[in-house]
Ligand binder design. Structure first.
Ligand code: BMA
Length: 312
């Protein structure tokens, strides 16, 4: 193991590549992950050979060895209500389990911009679209895995020409209508996440607060570098930030993270909390492959509390 690593990379990385997919794709990356009936389910993004994205599905008994299903899980809708906004593809899906439903939020691309689609499944066999829950342009929406004070809560990332792209929070009584939006974390100037930030994995509940593993981008002479960071939100009011770790928790280091379809990218859409207090974090490497690593939940909480940077 390398020293000073917060996340221990699995030695068998990458755990999924395009060669594992039984239909033609150029990449596998940015997967939402959840546990269902003791299995790990991964909903992964692939670029088709025309450069547009779809979502495939694979599953595993141990969280490391995944088998891909023969058919994709979510492709642009053929019906006009959703299809008009999904024409250019569906990307970067997140999974959030509330009661018996797994809620799925994905980026829907079209000539009108990027919106967020909300769908649900109970069993990962059939999937039902519910609504498009944002206007353009927004990406990276993650729904908290329980209602808080009677409302659904999500982290948002609107695009702006005036302000650096930041993490917001919004609320809904019914999953369809969202509002009371508020900016809660901004990129920090001259810092690893100074260019833009966005929600990553579905928030993880701990007894000290909600852990939000987010991505942050820094621009260099060689292009942008995508890393992962972590913030802690108050349990009862997640608009209150208890701390944002000053240091990143993962940066591109392995060859398949440093070089690929988009080089120098680690990007997460999902993590799985284990009963022994560890967390499996899944990330796309260089928008090309899927990787996994393990970390300790308490260690992430401590990073947020003991060595924070300002949220705004
Ligand atoms: C972001 C998104 C992600 C991608 C990242 C790096 O803007 O498109 O899906 O992983 O760029 O290319």
């Amino acid at each position: 193991m390398k020293q000073n690593q917060i996340i221990t990379r699995y030695q068998g990385n990458p755990i999924l590549t395009k060669d594992d997919v039984p239909y033609p794709v150029a990449t596998v990356h940015n997967a939402g992950v959840a546990k269902y009936q003791d299995k790990y389910i991964m909903l992964f993004r692939s670029h088709l050979l025309n450069g547009r994205s779809i979502i495939g599905i694979d599953q595993s008994n141990n969280g490391y060895d995944f088998k891909v299903r023969s058919e994709p899980f979510l492709t642009p809708s053929p019906d006009s209500q959703f299809g008009e906004y999904e024409e250019y593809g569906v990307e970067d899906i997140r999974i959030s389990k509330i009661d018996e439903n797994f809620l799925l939020t994905y980026s829907a691309y079209s000539r009108h911009g990027v919106r967020i689609g909300l769908a649900k499944t109970k069993d990962f066999e059939t999937v039902e679209r519910i609504a498009l829950i944002t206007q353009a342009d927004l990406r990276n929406v993650v729904i908290f895995p329980e209602k808080i004070k009677g409302r659904y809560v999500r982290l948002d990332r609107p695009h702006s020409e005036i302000s650096k792209w930041s993490i917001w929070i919004s609320y809904s009584p019914d999953l369809i209508h969202w509002g009371d939006s508020k900016l809660i974390i901004k990129p920090a100037t001259y810092h690893w996440d100074e260019m833009k930030i966005g929600p990553g994995a579905t928030p993880i509940k701990t007894d000290k607060g909600w852990l939000n593993i987010y991505h942050g981008v820094f621009n260099t002479m060689a292009g942008a570098v995508y890393r992962l960071g972590v913030a802690l939100h108050e349990l009862e009011d997640p608009s209150i930030i208890k701390g944002v770790s000053d240091q990143w928790i993962l940066q591109p280091e392995d060859p398949w993270e440093v070089t690929g379809y988009v080089s120098n990218v680690v990007f997460t859409c999902g993590a799985v909390k284990e009963e022994n207090g560890t967390l499996k974090i899944y990330w796309g490497g260089a928008d090309t492959v899927m990787c996994v690593g393990e970390t300790n939940i308490n260690e992430l909480v401590e990073l947020c509390i003991n060595n924070p940077r300002k949220p705004l």
